[in-house]
Design a protein around this ligand. Structure first.
Ligand code: URA
Length: 238
């Protein structure tokens, strides 16, 4: 355990005196909590942000956003030997996925070894928005869209209000494409919501997750988050 201002200075961010000033000004957070006490001690691996910048002390921390392909499991290892999302990322750090996407779902998935951020993002009280594009069987009616918006019963539970937009309908193939934004994350939630209004989901893709958009990231591609993105994620919980 070392004093926070010393750690900040030792990591080369600024002088110890400047670090003390920044702490007093409320510009420093440890594990997502703003610290203004000069005597605060931190340990290796604590997540330290100074003026929104993650310090190198967090070189233990890695953050990735992946466009998950189909046919990959969202676990750290699979008992049936199937490919996991971890296999797709070139790192020797033990990262893990934040939440889940089904085996056949594609799209945005965050991976990290920052348990504090992961827990905050996954906590049921955090209303992180996730936008999915669902290709469904059948031609969805305005009434079903309204039901999805206000809430449907899945597993004896009423889903929270969702944003739902019809993207297209194909009478020839008898399919619809629907965009749905939910702020919950129950197991197979989107598929179950569509089943509740009589439509089977054929394909599901997550296009948005919190502050991230899938644009620029092809299926199977991933990238590291920037300092700014990580601090923006932390700022969602202030
Ligand atoms: N809802 C689902 O049904 N599946 C997913 O993979 C994600 C959300």
């Amino acid at each position: 355990m070392e004093r926070l201002q010393k750690v900040i200075a030792n990591l080369g961010y600024c002088s110890r005196r400047k670090a003390e000033e920044l702490i007093k000004l409320g510009k420093v957070s440890v594990n997502g909590i703003v610290v203004t006490e000069l005597g605060t001690k931190v340990k290796k691996g604590d997540s330290i942000l100074v003026e929104g910048n993650i310090l190198d002390n967090n070189k233990n921390y890695e953050y990735y956003i992946l466009n998950k392909p189909r046919g990959v499991v969202t676990t750290t290892n699979d008992e049936h030997g199937r490919k996991t999302v971890i296999d797709l990322i070139d790192t020797s750090t033990r990262i893990y996925p934040v939440g889940r996407l089904d085996y056949d779902t594609t799209g945005l998935l965050l991976l990290t070894n920052d348990g504090i951020l992961a827990n905050k993002l996954m906590h049921p009280s955090t209303n992180i928005e996730k936008t999915y594009i669902a290709k469904i069987e059948g031609l969805i009616s305005p009434l079903s869209i309204k039901k999805l918006k206000t809430g449907v019963i899945i597993d004896g539970y009423k889903t929270k209000p969702a944003k739902v937009k019809l993207r297209s309908i194909n009478k020839k193939t008898n399919k619809s494409i629907v965009e749905i934004t939910i702020s919950e994350g129950k197991n197979h939630q989107v598929k179950k919501m569509f089943e509740a209004v009589g439509h089977h989901v054929e394909k599901l893709k997550r296009e948005k997750y919190a502050i991230f958009d899938i644009k620029g990231l092809n299926v199977g591609e991933y990238r590291k988050l920037t300092f700014k993105e990580v601090s923006t994620l932390y700022s969602l919980f202030k």
